[in-house]
Write a protein that binds this ligand. Sequence first.
Ligand code: SF4
Ligand code: SF4
Length: 413
Amino acid sequence: MQTHLSDEFRDTPDGQEAEAILRKCVHCGFCLATCPTYLLLGDELDSPRGRIYLMKQVFEGRQPTRETQQHLDRCLTCLNCETTCPSGVQYGRLVDIGRQVVEAKVARTAADQRQRDWLRKGLSSPLFGPAMRVGQSVRGLLPAALKAKVPERRDAGRWPTREHARKVLLLEGCVQPSMAPNINAATARVLDAAGIQCVLPRGQGCCGAVKYHLADGAGGLKQMRANIDAWWPHIERGSVEAVVINASGCGAMVKEYGHLLRNEPRYADRAARVSELARDLSELLPDIVAALKRRVRPRAGMLAWHAPCTLQHAQQLRGGVEQHLGALGFELRPALQEAHLCCGSAGTYSVLQPELSLQLRERKLGYLIGERATERPEAILSANIGCITHLQAGTELPVRHWVEVLDEALRSS
Ligand code: SF4
Ligand code: SF4
């Protein structure tokens, strides 16, 4: 696509990156078929191609409007369009840049701004954990909308204490330790059983995705630098072989550190090394299967599998969890249709766009367990705390991280 950047953007790194991405788009429209918001709304401006066109106009000098901003807000950043695009258009990078530009030019209503500020600051605040515990203690009394965001408290169980020669850094995450502490503990136990030790360095925190995707680039980058500072002594010593992330949304972000910090002399090399070492937990499954094959007693019954967009589209990791858990004897079944579509969680999307988010959740649950599915599963498995919490709020069936189920199967063996 021909583009003519305005003077404002022509010589900036973001402008040049946006231009390179825009030029790759040939307007073929293949991406429309897999875009959830286009599927629900049927409006070209709520499709990847439409949004690309809107952003092109902004980079060429047109003043964005509140409508422009709303079309960008309605995007889930699910990156289904990137998987579909035959021309390799990096839509995700473009929309992150575009959102920050539009945010600086279009004022939001006071209520909208307050909500976004709360999400940016609240989710990674040290007060989130205590607030979640208070919410969990009065969960039964909460209004339905709030109750849906507060999962029941579950005991994390013991943390392994054995030392192993093989060590990995484990990103704890910001909301996960208080919302579902068992996921990190189960990760540590499963890896320990496979002869790998999890190291939790002081000073690490939120991966930066919440702020970065809410158009607070500076805030997100600050959190990324803090994580690199916390991890670097271990990486520099060569005492760890990977940075393991068990929430696919955070993993997708950490794999971007190298690109996002490429222009910062102090951090560029370290960030690139961190991204090189970043692994979604499922990427360790071949080692886990090899070590534990004879020790795992899988639970009986079929388990529905929901692959988060951040796993299958952002990280392009497809089929691994089903294949490797299948090798251990578990029976996993993906959604019968639309397995490639977002469940509507999408980070803070379920809070900011509740109507679209709920429509997508109902569709997803329909294909996983509802009248559209043929056999009712014992549970739903996924790989991202956001999807797990969001889906759990729509069903009585347990929704778990796959590592929790593997951990239980090991403990009962
Ligand atoms: S599929 Fe790719 S090239 Fe075609 S319109 Fe969509 S983004 Fe552009
Ligand atoms: S990221 Fe998802 S919602 Fe956004 S344009 Fe692409 S396919 Fe549509």
